[in-house]
Design a protein around this ligand. Structure first.
Ligand SMILES: Nc1nc2c(ncn2[C@@H]2O[C@H](COP(=O)(O)OP(=O)(O)OP(=O)(O)O)[C@@H](O)[C@H]2O)c(=O)[nH]1
Ligand SMILES: [Mg+2]
Length: 240
């Protein structure tokens, strides 16, 4: 009996502000809480807004949803110095042992945030169609190499003139064929696909067959030509 076989699957959820990270976590909790023992850690810079949202949505018992207030650039707390998050995850695992899955929501950010493999075993990166159909082509470590890329809010495609199929195929190309999941809380079959992915990942982790992948730090940017595709890159980075 090794310690690792009994450690929970730690699953990170990252992506730009408002793409639906908390909603995806709420969906996973609602649909899988009878199958798995779950816990959630949220990261906000100054508040516990995300944790309060999830608690008020009643997706898990309140004490299984905890907030880390990072007080700094959200990159730092999930990537460079993960101590606060690691302690929160380990406390949660100890308080509710045995837990099957701990979900960690990153602070909302632009396209560059990724989790350190020292903190999570696997990560979801969430984009949404409202951010524009061309976002997936902009690349970045999360888009290119997260374990799964979710394209969320596909129900909004017609309202924001985004061709969802094209966005999914662009995203698949940006990931060299890696998995892409179109999702909408209004399309039950997409929710089932998300849950199946989590089930398979958990099974692989529990069997010791899942190898954490590091998407890498902020990628060398693959900007579109300088003329006019710069709106997703407004965040100034001093690292690297
Ligand atoms: N139409 C539609 N709206 C959605 C869907 N999923 C989430 N939303 C909405 O998108 C908004 C942002 O969702 P959140 O889950 O708070 O996004 P977030 O990424 O956690 O946001 P931050 O933590 O602030 O970065 C909310 O108004 C949600 O109701 C979806 O599938 N379809
Ligand atoms: Mg959130």
């Amino acid at each position: 009996m090794t310690e690792d076989t009994h450690r929970s699957l730690r699953l990170g959820v990252a992506g730009p502000v408002g793409t639906g990270k908390s909603s995806v976590i709420a969906t996973i909790c609602r649909h899988l809480r009878d199958e798995f023992a779950l816990g959630v850690i949220t990261n906000d810079i100054y508040t516990d807004e995300d944790a309060r949202f999830l608690r008020s949505a009643g997706v898990l018992p309140e004490e299984r949803i905890r907030a880390v207030e990072t007080g700094a650039c959200p990159h730092t707390a999930i990537r460079d110095d993960v101590t606060m998050n690691l302690m929160a995850v380990e406390d949660m695992e100890r308080d509710f042992a045995p837990l099957d899955i701990v979900l960690v929501e990153s602070g909302g950010d632009n396209l560059t945030a990724t989790f350190s493999p020292a903190l999570v075993d696997a990560q979801l990166f969430i984009l949404d169609v409202a951010g524009g159909g061309d976002v997936a082509r902009k690349g970045g470590p999360g888009i290119a190499r997260a374990d799964m890329l979710v394209i969320n809010k596909i129900d909004l495609g017609p309202h924001v003139d985004v061709d969802v199929d094209l966005m999914v195929s662009d995203a698949t190309a940006a990931r060299d064929g890696g998995p892409v999941l179109p999702l909408s809380r209004k399309r039950p079959e997409t929710i089932e696909a998300l849950c199946d992915w989590v089930r398979r990942l958990h099974a692989a982790h529990a069997a010791g067959k899942h190898t954490p992948i590091d998407p890498g730090p902020m990628a060398p940017h693959r900007h579109a030509p300088e003329d006019g595709h710069s709106h997703a890159h407004g965040h100034v980075h001093s690292r690297d």
